[in-house]
Write a protein that binds this ligand. Structure first.
Ligand code: SF4
Ligand code: SF4
Length: 379
């Protein structure tokens, strides 16, 4: 197999194809600390793309509760068990990726979920990590008992296992934006992609008998508009844009700033070796840091410290870029923070949006003499 460089694991690795990075790579950052599992993203996607026959069980966007939730059933536990020991030396991953662990004749390790594995998308929802809370329990940070929500879409990986395993080369990665698509004319429904995507974000349509997956709302992205799941996010947790490799990081690009400059946003299961392009700001309240390190790699401690500094008011730039999330339907290519405001700019440099770092609070008089009514302040 050719050797390619994967910056998320700090080394070269084997991949079925030569490295071919797109001209630019679409990417997103999800701030897990703000997700409320309202599932608006799930339904925005469902009603846009997967309301047809054969798509009933599909959620291209889903939100699962960690540690117990998963869709399809136990997708993460199963692939991590198959992979075996996962070791890091600093930022360098010294274990095997799913490509390197593949048995002879296979492109990657993987498994094909059964139909029933998709039947429990809400499994484990809102269940805490440890049900055996003792007496005199009280909450402190980080929490002894915890859970958090993990919204998931296709990661439009730099080294997609779905693409790498397709015997028909029916899956392709667009050079202009890195979006990974299935050519349904070429697909014959062999389901090698379903088997080998470790994130289980390719689905088989039993009616049309071809594979289907998240298209990252490419018709919108081509017009400079964010995907549906991003712009409908109620918790405003999602920053959408384009990510560069670390050596070309642009500190004025919101995604680069979060991923490379502040290093507050981390890939999901980087040890699998796909260089996924959805990044997560890890939850700061979780007591079990080993669980977070397993999920997001060795950058967890730094990311949590950076996020806490911002919440303590010590990093207005980081607060500013987070405040810009879901503040406009357009894709923000550059940002700037000054004089108490965060500004977002489009590709042509024009101002798209400005957001105050501190939202103004108005306290109303209890008795409004103008209309003769009593009013409550709701915060
Ligand atoms: S997450 Fe899965 S479906 Fe999406 S690009 Fe990566 S390997 Fe392919
Ligand atoms: S819409 Fe946003 S806040 Fe609601 S579940 Fe989805 S990611 Fe979380």
């Amino acid at each position: 197999m050719p050797r390619v460089y994967n910056w998320q694991i700090g080394r070269e690795m084997e991949y079925p194809f030569e490295a071919a990075r797109p001209l630019r790579q679409a990417a997103a950052v999800f701030d897990i600390n703000k997700c409320i599992a309202c599932q608006t993203c799930t339904m925005a996607c469902k009603t846009t793309w997967t309301s047809g026959r054969g798509q009933e069980y599909m959620f291209w966007n889903n939100v699962e509760t960690k540690p117990w939730g998963s869709y399809p059933l136990a997708w993460d536990v199963r692939i991590l068990q198959m992979l075996g020991p996962q070791t890091w030396q600093g930022d360098r991953y010294t274990g095997k990726t799913i490509f390197e662990a593949a048995p002879l004749g296979e492109k990657a390790i993987g498994y094909l979920p059964e139909d029933l594995d998709y039947a429990y998308p809400n499994r484990g929802e809102d269940e805490i990590s440890d049900a055996s809370i003792g007496q005199r329990f009280y909450l402190r940070l980080p929490h002894d008992a915890w859970f958090f929500y993990l919204p998931r879409i296709c990661n439009h990986c730099t080294y997609p296992a779905c693409l790498g395993s397709c015997p028909r080369t029916a899956i392709y990665k667009r050079p202009e934006d890195g979006i990974v698509l299935v050519d349904q004319e070429r697909c014959r429904g062999y389901r090698e992609c379903v088997k080998n995507c470790p994130y289980k974000k390719v689905f088989y349509n039993h009616v049309t008998r071809v594979a289907e997956k998240c298209v990252l709302c490419y018709p919108a992205v081509e017009r400079g508009i964010q995907p549906r799941c991003m712009r409908n996010c109620i918790g405003k947790i999602r920053t959408f844009g384009f990510v560069n490799t670390p050596d070309k990081a642009d500190p004025e690009n919101p995604v680069d700033f979060l991923v490379h400059v502040r290093k507050v946003a981390l890939p999901l299961l980087p040890q699998l070796g796909l260089e996924p392009n959805v990044y997560y700001i890890p939850p700061v309240h979780v007591g079990n840091l080993d669980f977070l390190r397993m999920l997001f790699g060795p950058g967890v401690d730094n990311a949590i410290a950076a996020y806490r500094r911002a919440m303590a008011g010590e990093d207005p730039e980081l607060v500013g870029v987070l405040m810009l999330a879901v503040s406009t339907d357009r894709i923000v290519h550059r940002f700037r923070v000054r004089d108490g405001y965060a500004y977002g700019y489009g590709e042509d440099g024009s101002e798209l949006v400005r957001v105050p770092l501190k939202e103004p609070v108005t306290v109303r008089q209890f008795y409004d003499s103008l209309v003769g009514a009593y009013r409550y302040n709701v915060t």
